[in-house]
Structures are given as structure tokens and as C-alpha cells.
Design a protein around this ligand. Structure first.
Ligand code: NOJ
Length: 515
């Protein structure tokens, strides 16, 4: 196909001109074109190559470790190739074509699949306050052969209980704990096969006591299975890992594949791994486990078939701000819905309130966002499991702003894409499942903007209390990211609201019907 593009939102591999899909383009005369694939199963991901001279795109498959493209047994079929075209950017985001090209759900019993918000023993390791590992490598073993504690291990029973208390008090359903199982001393980049076993806790993490305590508070514990790239090791242990979760009542698992894939250094989006991820989803379905995959292939709507496959990472999330100086730039979240999220929900881990210096743990780092924008992301970046990613103390310091995270839904009856321009801005309103509450998120890139938003989406004749979480007048993602203001007013469907977004900012609004 030939498409001259003025704006291309793409991720380009450093070593080639290959572009991952979804590829989002806009022609000079204002036509939006989105190219991706649907139902990628038992095949390798498609990449596109840009021939600069004539704007022609050619497709190739991610090869396996030997350079072979794919292995098929006839009869067989390949994934769908999808092209979504419209003169409205909002139509691209509203399209359900990729999802609907996937096979229907493999199960009719979905009562155990429950969208939820969660907090986690996580950002404190990302920012360096604590560690995943219990000891410091290479001096991890004492003369007695036991691990020597480094005194900074975050996943300890007492600390985890604080998160459980915080989740319970905030009516947040889940608590994720990373670094709870042995192996984190030298897990990274070593290409070792059996680093983790997914069932052996560190000595300071009392699984039994933690699940008892969580249950008493009405909180669900979310399991973490980092494989350190050893997909073969994980496959061998899937049954054991999920039986362990069933036994202790963990309803969901976050998986991870950091590093080179064992065996052979297969690519994360080649056929071998595509099949691995499906086996994991299938096994999880069998065990009634919900999954949130990190370092997966980019999604292609397969969560229609596996409704327990709640979310994936598969693009730079908030954590990229924690371990890099440059971090995500402000237009990043205005592009993601047009690219990565076309294939399915993203575990972006929004909700960082301490945007500069991360409470002293990473003093030189800064998120390129305002606080109000972090709130808006709960609406603009769809996921049926959403993390409230910051440390409890940072939420407790700003309870009025945290109220939006407590209130915002994760499961929706209806979505209205109100405004969108890739790389520029997005405004979305969503209706909570099963009631009349609406939530709106508006975000912008590095440039501030204002918008008058018609409230036509609300139920006619009904009065709502709108709580508007906006950037303060002097907010700016670089200079004053944490400045916000909250106002309330009574609104109806025939009104408009005026939103003012700071540079790199956003606005979040809850609409709760007046009783
Ligand atoms: C990378 C994941 O994306 C991140 O969320 C996780 O904390 C680390 N790996 C450790 O598993």
C-alpha cells in the first residue's frame, strides 16, 4: 500500500528500519490509517519496513533463533492483517474490529474474572527505596549457608501488611507483591535457566500469614511470577505455580520475561514465544487465574478468546520514568491508544503523585506529567486491572486528589471518544458498568490546551455532581507538576464544561448522579 504520511507514531528498532505495529499514520489531507494484525496465535508477529524513497511498506515476520519465519501444519491459517481508515481520529480509537476478528471466549464461565484496581510493593523498588532481593549479590550467603539480609527487602510481611491496610482503607481490591520469592540475588541478565521456582518465599515473607491477613481485610493478593526470560522453566512449573496460587487464593498473576529468552534467545514476539504466552493463558484459564503479562508480544485482541488475559505491558509504561533519565515524553500517552492499545488493554501503572524526585529515592528523576494528567490516564488508557502505582504515603499526603483513584471504575458499559489527535490530545468519557456514574479523562502533550466539552453523553434530565480534578493555573509538567485544583459543580447533559490543561497536563472528572 502507498501512504504518504505527515505524522507517524511508531517505535523503530535501533538496528533496522523495522517498525512494530500498530502503525498509526495520517495523510496530508487528513486521513488516519492504522495498520496492525488480529488474532496472532501460533505464528510470528508482523513487522513493517519503511522504504523512505517511495513511502512503501513491506511486511516481514519476526524470525526464530535460526532465522526461520514460522512453522505451520496444514490446514492452518495466519492472523488477520488489519487496516482501519477514517477521516476522524476518534473513529480509529472507537474501532472494535481487531477485538472482533478474534475467536469468541474459550469459556462461558467468567464469573471468577473480576476487574480490579490494585496497589503494589513495586514502585518502591523501581525508585530504589527498597529491593526485590533479600540479600546483596554476590555476598548473599553467610558461612552457615543462609542468605544474609540486606535490610532493604521490600516484600517483608510487615511492609506488605501496610499495603494491605492501605488497600482495605481505600477500597482497592488487590495488592501485588514483587520480590517475594527466592532468586532475585542474580536474576538479571545471567541467562540462567532455573533462577525462580514460583513457590519458595524469602525467609521474611510469610505467605500463609499474609493471605490470612489480606482475607480478613477483604483484600486479594496478586501473585508475581518473573521468569527472568526462562520461559521453558516457567512452562515446566506452570501447574505447580498456579496450584500454589489456587491453594492460597491468589486470583491474578503478573508475569515477566526480562532478558534474553531461554531457550536459544528466541524473540519475545516470534512464534515460539507467541505459543508460550498462549500456553500460559490457557493454563491460567484452566486454573481460574487472571493474567497481567509484562514483556509479552504486543497484543492483537486475543483477550476476546482468553477473557482471563486481563492486560499486558508491551510498551513503555510509567516504570520507564523510574529507571531512565529521559523517561516518557508528554506526548507518549496521547500516542499509545493509537498504537499499543489498539490490540488490547495496557498495564501502564498510572497514578504517580510524587512526580519530582520520587520522594527522595531517585532525586534526579522526574515524570513528564502533571498530577491531574496521572488521574486522567485511568480513563484514557483502558485496562480492566489498573494499578495505583505510587507509594501509600504519597497518596495519604493528597487525599483529595486520591479520591479520584478510589472512585474511578475499571469496568465499563459505554465509552465515548470525545476528542483525539495522535501525539496531541485525547479526551474520553466512560460509563461505569452497572450504574450511572461517568468518568472523563483529558490529556495533552507538552503544549497546554483548553477545551469545551459537551456533556451530551450524560443521561438527559439527570443531575450529576461533577468533581473536576484539574491542573492548577500555574501547573506545568516541568516546573510545577504537582499543582492541582479540585472544583465541584452540578451539571446536566445539556451543559458543557470548560477544561484547561497545563503543558504536559490533563484533567479528570467524575460525574456522580445526584440522589
Ligand atoms: C519488568 C516489569 O515490567 C516490571 O514491572 C517488574 O517490576 C520487573 N520487570 C521485575 O519483574
Amino acid at each position: 500500500m502507498v501512504a504518504k504520511s505527515t505524522a507517524i507514531a511508531v517505535r523503530i528498532s535501533p538496528d533496522s528500519k523495522a517498525v512494530q505495529t500498530p502503525l498509526m499514520m495520517k495523510t496530508p489531507d487528513g486521513v488516519y490509517i492504522n495498520i496492525h494484525e488480529a488474532a496472532l496465535l501460533n505464528y510470528s508477529a508482523m513487522q513493517l519496513h519503511v522504504e523512505n524513497s517511495n513511502y512503501q511498506l513491506t511486511a516481514s515476520l519476526v524470525p526464530d533463533a535460526y532465522g526461520n519465519k514460522a512453522y505451520l501444519h496444514a490446514p492452518s491459517h495466519t492472523p488477520w492483517r488489519t487496516i482501519i481508515i477514517s477521516d476522524k481520529a476518534t473513529d480509529i480509537l472507537a474501532s472494535k474490529m481487531i477485538l472482533n476478528l478474534n475467536e469468541p471466549s474459550k469459556t462461558s464461565n467468567t464469573s471468577w474474572i473480576k476487574p480490579m484496581k490494585f496497589v503494589g510493593v513495586w514502585w518502591e523498588m523501581q525508585t530504589g527505596k527498597g529491593t526485590w532481593n533479600y540479600s546483596d549479590y554476590p555476598d548473599s550467603l553467610g558461612k552457615d549457608g543462609n542468605l544474609i539480609p540486606n535490610g532493604k527487602h521490600s516484600a517483608n510481611t510487615a511492609n506488605v501488611k501496610k499495603y494491605i491496610d492501605f488497600a482495605a482503607a481505600s477500597h482497592i481490591k488487590g495488592v501485588l507483591v514483587e520480590g517475594w520469592n527466592t532468586g532475585w540475588e542474580d536474576w538479571f541478565g545471567n541467562w540462567k535457566e532455573n533462577v525462580f521456582d514460583f513457590v519458595t518465599p524469602y525467609p521474611d515473607y510469610d505467605v500463609q500469614e499474609i493471605v490470612r491477613y489480606a482475607k480478613s481485610k477483604g483484600v486479594s493478593m496478586i501473585m508475581h511470577n518473573e521468569t527472568s526470560g526462562s520461559a521453558t522453566n516457567y512452562e515446566r512449573q506452570l501447574d505447580t505455580a498456579y496450584r500454589f496460587m489456587n491453594r492460597f487464593g491468589f486470583p491474578a498473576v503478573k508475569t515477566g520475561y526480562v532478558g534474553k529468552i531461554i531457550p536459544r534467545g528466541e524473540h519475545h514476539d516470534g512464534q515460539w514465544m507467541v505459543n508460550h504466552y498462549e500456553r500460559v493463558a490457557e493454563k491460567a484459564l484452566e486454573h481460574h487465574v487472571m493474567i497481567d503479562m509484562h514483556e509479552p508480544m504486543r497484543p492483537t485482541g486475543v483477550h476476546r478468546t482468553y477473557p482471563n488475559w486481563m492486560a499486558n505491558e508491551a510498551a513503555r509504561g510509567n516504570e520507564y520514568n523510574a529507571f531512565t533519565d529521559e523517561g516518557n515524553t508528554p506526548e507518549h500517552e496521547t500516542i499509545l491508544p493509537f498504537t499499543r492499545l489498539m490490540g488490547g488493554p495496557m498495564d501502564y501503572t498510572p497514578g504517580i503523585f510524587k512526580l519530582k524526585g520520587y520522594a527522595g529515592y531517585a532525586p534526579d528523576r522526574q515524570l513528564h506529567s502533571t498530577l491531574a494528567k496521572q488521574l486522567a490516564l485511568y480513563v484514557t488508557l483502558y485496562s480492566p486491572i489498573q494499578m495505583a502505582a505510587d507509594l501509600p504515603e504519597n497518596y495519604l499526603a493528597k487525599p483529595d486528589a486520591f479520591q479520584f483513584i478510589k472512585d474511578v471504575a475499571v469496568d465499563w458499559d459505554d465509552t465515548k471518544i470525545l476528542e483525539a489527535e495522535p501525539g496531541e490530545y485525547i479526551t474520553i468519557a466512560r460509563k461505569e458498568k452497572g450504574n450511572n456514574n461517568w468518568f472523563l479523562g483529558a490529556i495533552t502533550n507538552a503544549n497546554g490546551r483548553s477545551a469545551d466539552i459537551s456533556l451530551q453523553f450524560l443521561q438527559p434530565g439527570k443531575k450529576y455532581i461533577a468533581t473536576i480534578y484539574a491542573d492548577a493555573a500555574d501547573a506545568d509538567y516541568q516546573k510545577k507538576p504537582e499543582a492541582y485544583q479540585i472544583t465541584k459543580k452540578t451539571v446536566t447533559a445539556d451543559m458543557t464544561i470548560h477544561l484547561v490543561l497545563a503543558n504536559g497536563g490533563g484533567a479528570a472528572v467524575s460525574f456522580i448522579p445526584v440522589k
